[in-house]
Design a protein around this ligand. Structure first.
Ligand code: IPE
Ligand code: IPE
Ligand code: MG
Length: 262
């Protein structure tokens, strides 16, 4: 836990009454939170600025959330940064996002080392510029022994593509005689997803007001609790993240069964 590491004079500590932790049940924090960070373009447009301005502001917003999530005990934060469908956007916007990713992975690294953040990526490498891939690999390598929160960034990610890829890998094993079709189970399938080894998200947050999943973690969100806000991603704050967790803590997760009281 990084909690003690990033306490500053302006960070109220729990002992002094930390409003950002007040009211949270620290024994029931979602282990894995996934976030669809949407609304960067609309946020910028609302201020008469180019969409790219919103992407830069969005990158800054993520830093605050990583720190806050870690401070309350979230273990894994999966953040949707670029989807396989986002290539449909104008090339100038896509180029800007790629450059921003590289800048983020360079600038943020010192900070992440300081706070022991571990980085991982999900998505397909196909189509990503070599320079971006290099930065991603370096970030994973350099943070692999860190002990804090796992920041899992979805870049060039699509849930359908992920499932197709898993099916392809499994089919290949079957054709090679290494696995019989009867041996294909939920667990085997999950071992071929980008998220292998990670528990499924407990809480899915979407900013920007749209009520859809936009091809994000289609398999993994089977039983995730959903929380949405009309707030655009660059304006998303730890306070709103806390509200999402408070809402999560009121839910009765039945997983198809019955509530514990019955
Ligand atoms: C999310 O914000 C970031 C990416 C998809 C890269 P958008 O760029 O989708 O912003 P809106 O939804 O158009 O406002
Ligand atoms: C989802 O947002 C992808 C990311 C946040 C990276 P989009 O803006 O791409 O989703 P749609 O097009 O509104 O469904
Ligand atoms: Mg959007």
């Amino acid at each position: 836990m990084l909690t003690n590491l990033f306490k500053t004079k302006t960070d109220p500590s729990p002992a002094n009454g930390n409003s950002l932790q007040d009211g949270l049940d620290l024994t029931n924090i979602p282990c894995h939170v996934a976030m669809i960070m949407d609304g960067n373009g609309r946020w910028a447009r609302a201020q008469g600025k180019p969409r790219t301005f919103g992407h830069s502001a969005g990158a800054r917003a993520l830093r605050r959330i990583v720190k806050y999530a870690d401070s309350i005990g979230v273990k894994i934060l999966t953040a949707y940064a670029f989807s396989t469908e986002n290539w449909k956007r104008p090339v100038t916007e896509v180029d800007f996002i790629m450059k921003l990713l590289m800048e983020y992975l360079t600038k943020e690294l010192d900070e992440f080392q300081k706070y022991q953040v571990r980085m991982r990526f999900i998505g397909t490498r196909d189509g990503l510029p070599e320079a971006v891939l290099k930065k991603m690999d370096a970030a994973v390598m350099q943070t692999k022994d860190n002990t804090g929160i796992l920041l899992n960034i979805a870049i060039n990610y699509g849930g359908q593509a992920e499932i197709v890829q898993a099916a392809r890998e499994i089919a290949r094993l079957a054709v090679d005689g290494e696995l019989s079709p009867d041996q294909i189970s939920k667990e085997v399938f999950e071992d071929h997803l980008y998220t292998r080894g990670l528990p499924a998200p407990d809480l899915l947050i979407r900013t920007g007001g749209d009520l859809r999943v936009s091809n994000f973690l289609l398999w993994q969100i089977a039983y995730a609790e959903m929380w949405t806000t009309p707030v655009f991603w660059p304006d998303f704050t730890p306070e709103l993240f806390k509200q999402a967790v408070l809402s999560y803590q009121k839910r009765d997760r039945r997983f198809g069964g019955l509530t514990k009281k019955e």
